[in-house]
Design a protein around this ligand. Structure first.
Ligand code: UD1
Ligand code: MG
Length: 335
């Protein structure tokens, strides 16, 4: 397969109630579209096209050095329209298009690779990334026939009460055979509750043409979280922070009340050190081995040696604390 990725990032993100374009909102210290592009860099792709529109210049400036090209969607007429306008830009040698949304920052390389593999093995025309959610509200629902084959995707706003009960949802990631994709999109209309060109309509078009529609069910439903609101933004941030804290646990770092601890991913903590409850470790901090950071400390831009004891409630900014030192509770070192 020769795969091109298209990332949809033109929308305003009305539900965020923000002047900043949705895909530029940071999740775990990085704009969410940056996470998506970072993940794509780990898989083998012919090219990556990012569809920009709302705050186009800011999105292009942010991603500029990342080896991606841009297509401008002047009016946000829907996800189907956003993909359709890329047709001329997709290289002639590309046979498969991987479509993603700029607002799903938690997707992993492992999932995308497994999905591409499923698509290839099953020789499918379209492969969808789906998952099952206890609360599927707001996502497009996957409607299947009596044999379990996908027949269509129905958006929440267009769904009957019966369809809203379906808990298998569309993650907004699609692997599509190139020729089918653009021929189908040329025919998609806007007869739906939002008056938009829905990318999801290509599914019913494929089944009508009796083409193979396949699915890869994402085992970790957290990964498909689509960020449309401030609440979902904080959920995504929490999930990434938790994943990072678990990595530190695996490296031998003890963390008390991990839900209350914040550690920047650029900071380093060595094994057998312990981090108390409600501690914040901001960027550029290194902590050696067997050191103890008491509860409610704030550290930024610091170097903490081995066997150091920092008393609870201390604030350290730009500090260098040598091996074996102890700081009393409530210490303040701001350099
Ligand atoms: C979309 C899917 C829904 C799926 C969900 C997963 C459609 C119609 N619906 O819904 O089935 O469950 O994602 O998260 O596709 N965008 C553009 N141009 C446009 C419109 C949107 O670039 O004209 C971009 C947005 O910036 C965003 C992405 O496409 O990054 C998805 O758009 P969004 O409005 O978030 O769609 P959802 O309602 O989440
Ligand atoms: Mg969305």
């Amino acid at each position: 397969m020769n795969v091109c990725a298209i990332v949809l990032a033109a929308g305003k993100g009305t539900r965020m109630k923000s002047a900043l374009a949705k895909v530029l909102h940071p999740v775990f210290h990085k704009p969410m579209v940056g996470h998506v592009i970072g993940t794509l860099k780990q898989i083998s792709l012919a090219e990556t096209i990012v569809v920009v529109g709302h705050q186009r210049q800011a999105v292009e400036n942010y991603l500029g050095g990342d080896g991606v090209t841009f297509t401008e969607q002047q009016e946000q007429l829907g996800t189907g329209h956003a993909v359709y306008i890329c047709e001329q830009q997709v290289s002639a040698s590309v046979d498969t298009v991987l479509i993603l949304c700029g607002d799903t920052p938690l997707l992993s390389e492992k999932t995308l690779s497994a999905m591409l593999q499923t698509h290839e093995e099953r020789d499918a025309t379209v492969t969808l990334l789906t998952t099952k959610l206890a609360n599927p509200t707001n996502y497009g629902r996957i409607v299947s026939d009596e044999h379990g084959h996908i027949s269509e995707i129905v958006e929440e706003k267009d769904a009957s009460d019966e369809i809203r009960k379906i808990n298998e949802i569309n993650a907004g990631v699609y692997c599509v055979q190139r020729d089918f994709l653009f021929s189908a999109l040329a025919e998609v209309g806007t007869d739906n509750a939002q008056g938009e060109v829905y990318l999801t309509d290509i599914i019913s078009m494929a089944t009508t043409r009796e083409l193979a529609v396949s699915r890869y069910v994402c085992p970790d439903s957290n990964e498909v979280l689509g960020v449309n609101s401030r609440y979902e933004l904080s959920l995504a941030d929490d999930i990434m922070q938790d994943t990072f804290l678990r990595t530190l646990n695996d490296q031998g770092v003890a963390i008390q009340r991990s839900g209350s601890v914040v550690i920047h991913p650029d900071s380093v903590v060595c094994s057998d050190s312990s981090i108390g409850a409600q501690v914040t470790i901001a960027e550029n901090v290194t902590i050696g081995c067997r050191s103890r950071i008491g509860a409610q400390c704030y550290l930024e831009n610091c170097h903490i040696g081995d066997d150091v004891d920092i008393g609870p409630g201390s604030i350290l900014i730009g500090a260098v604390i040598d091996n074996g030192q102890s700081l009393s509770p409530g210490s303040k070192v701001i350099v």
